[in-house]
Design a protein. Sequence first.
Length: 240
Amino acid sequence: MSEPVLASLPAGGGRAVSVRPGLRSAPRSPQWLLNQLPVGMLDSDFFVRFVSLFQDLGTSLLENADNVDNLPDVSVAPDAMVRWLGSWIGVNSLDPSLPEELQRRIVDGSAQTLTWRGTVVGLRRFLELTTGGPASVVDGGGVWREGEAPADTAWVKMSVDSTGWLSEPDFVELVRDEIPAHVSAELWVGDRRAWTSETEYDPDEVALPPRPSGALPVVVVPDVEQTGPHGQTARPQETT
């Protein structure tokens, strides 16, 4: 069996960086540039100090290059980069004042639920991620025998305890982007209907309730029929 390839791709200060599988990294010497000079040049104190200036500049450039692979990783990327990565998948309302870990969790969770967008599962996960609490989503979809399907199945009813870290107008705008255009929708915040797709949303007419502090309580949805925007009925769906 052949020996693994040795790759001299370390970070400055002797810290090793990860490389692609099959390669090993060796630490870069703090004197990596001076070590490349002919021995005779190292006898000149002035020349050594002069070259050291470029060595320090080059070290910072190499460290930046060493970290290129980490920039798309939301677990270690700089805060500004995390918000920019979120804009790639439609997370454009991420508040920079939020705790760093919460910003990373929102972007990471949004990426994971992207493939479920437009479904009950994806919508519920989106609401839970955005509000930080439980969410209930009931829609008119289902499977029926021939001739037994309801006349209108394109509706969805969403319920959350609060709007989480967002103001209600911003939260409504996010939810509207997640609802398919042909679907009638209702959004309930607590015991109040905050928005319906049948009417234009006017934030000036909404009295914003005080935002609760601490952990949100878990809401158990009873196994009873739910009513849609036009009187349609459906039972809550059990998901795993």
